[in-house]
Design a protein around this ligand. Structure first.
Ligand code: AMP
Ligand code: MG
Length: 419
């Protein structure tokens, strides 16, 4: 049986990210939030675009004011006024000042701005009551934030509000982003019914398909729900073949254990997939099956995850293994690795010892320290009721059987998040 780390390495190495030439689309800046940039962006504009004032005040020559004081103010004559958006028409001579407002272009000749609060004005006469701290005080120099032609944004990053602001300022109303990956999802099991169907004794509602579709969408991909497939080899084969032909990744749940109706692995082999994982030393989620479908026609291979049927197991497997792979597939250059934080456990947690053991629970920041409280009630992998409002998965490593209250435990965070 593979360790979690070994399985993770196999999975992430077999991900073939979307192609930044082919797998792209153009989006309007208004709709670009949470998309992944597919081409790097440079700007022909300097930032700031010109020397400008950081304050409401007066543009002056440093040499005129460097030695002034409250007792011996420098006295200058105001020769022009420059509002934001105005173009200075006069170049300052020694002894002159220009009224200037925040963001306005510096006039020629001037090299320093004096904030209004340090001046007194009498008509066109200006008294400077304190010297500026340095030559160039309160002047934002052209290109001091960014020089035209340098890389502005790298490809493979997520566009959030700061990047959107930068792109707007750089006048890029249209952007090339990666298309959203398509993820086919199917549930196998004769016992399953949809949430709309009447529930007969012995039946179970297919919750996995909905949970996985939500997670796929939250991760920025497009879920394609293929429905419930009965435990019938030819039906499963047909559904998997259809899924692989149309998606970038396929998730199935159920049928990967060692029961009499667990056909998935056999069918994957028959369809020509290369199976790389059949179980992982993890609890819950041991019967994880992972395979690759090479597609010689497109050159793109499709990653297949056969997730365990138990609702908790399938979600844990998504969180730990599928989500990082999906982020990498989507075109993210960095940040697709799972994220862990260290927290104090509020209670005793018992691990299996031979399997990496996970507990769902709530991670809370209390007085600056993360604390982890496992969800109340049963931690059976069939119990999904106590998953509500949880946000962390405590990890008890192989070889460790107990974590005592107050001891540090690693918590996997960020389910259904890009970052
Ligand atoms: P399996 O891996 O197919 O043996 O399923 C393990 C357990 O998970 C069984 O109790 C199934 O009824 C349950 N199960 C399987 N698929 C789903 C599903 N899509 N939604 C909810 N429970 C499921
Ligand atoms: Mg089943």
């Amino acid at each position: 049986m593979l360790s979690v780390q070994a399985a993770e390495e196999i999975i992430l190495n077999s991900v073939q990210p979307l192609d930044n030439q082919i797998d792209t689309e153009i989006v309007n800046l208004t709709w670009a939030a949470r998309r992944i940039l597919a081409t790097s962006v440079t700007s022909e504009l300097d930032f700031p675009h010109w020397d400008n004032s950081a304050m409401d005040g007066y543009a002056v020559l440093y040499q005129d004011v460097q030695n002034c004081s409250n007792e011996q103010p420098a006295i200058l004559s105001i020769v022009t006024e420059i509002p934001a958006g105005g173009i200075p028409e006069i170049s300052l001579q020694p002894g002159q000042a220009a009224r200037i407002l925040t963001g306005a272009m510096m006039p020629g000749g001037a090299d320093t701005v004096i904030m209004q609060e340090r001046t007194r004005r009498e008509g066109d006469r200006l008294f400077i009551l304190a010297p500026p701290e340095t030559l160039g005080a309160f002047v934002r120099r052209r290109a001091s934030f960014y020089q035209a032609g340098n890389p502005l944004l790298e490809s493979g990053i997520i566009l959030n509000a700061p990047e959107i602001a930068i792109l707007a300022a750089a006048q890029r109303p249209q952007l090339t982003v990666y298309r959203r990956p398509r993820v086919a999802i199917l549930s196998t099991g004769d016992e399953l019914v949809t949430p709309e169907q009447p529930l007969q004794p012995g039946q179970i509602v297919d919750s996995n398909q909905y949970a996985l579709a939500a997670l796929v969408a939250q991760t920025g991909a497009i879920p394609e729900m293929l429905g419930i497939i009965p435990d019938h080899p030819s039906k499963i084969e047909q559904a998997i073949a259809q899924a692989v032909a149309n998606a970038d990744m396929v998730l199935s749940t159920g049928g990967v254990s060692v029961g009499d109706y667990d056909y998935v692995a056999e069918i994957l082999g028959k369809l020509g997939a290369e199976i790389s994982i059949t179980s992982v030393a993890v609890k819950p989620g041991k019967p994880l099956t992972v395979a690759n479908f090479p597609n010689p026609k497109t050159g793109r291979s499709v990653l297949y995850f056969g997730l365990p049927g138990n609702p908790v197991s399938s979600l844990v497997s998504f969180w730990r293994f599928v989500q990082p792979a999906l982020k990498k597939l989507a075109g993210l250059k960095t940040g697709w690795q799972p994220q862990f934080v260290q927290a104090q456990s509020a209670v005793t947690l018992r691990g299996n010892g031979n399997l990496e053991t996970y507990f769902w629970g709530k991670l809370q920041l209390i007085d600056g320290t993360y604390q982890f409280h496992p969800a109340g009630g049963s931690h059976s992998s069939g119990n999904l009721i106590n998953l509500a409002q949880t946000n962390g998965l405590a990890v008890i490593p192989v070889g460790q059987t107990t974590i005592l209250p107050g001891e540090i435990v690693q918590i996997l965070v960020g389910i259904g998040e890009y970052i």
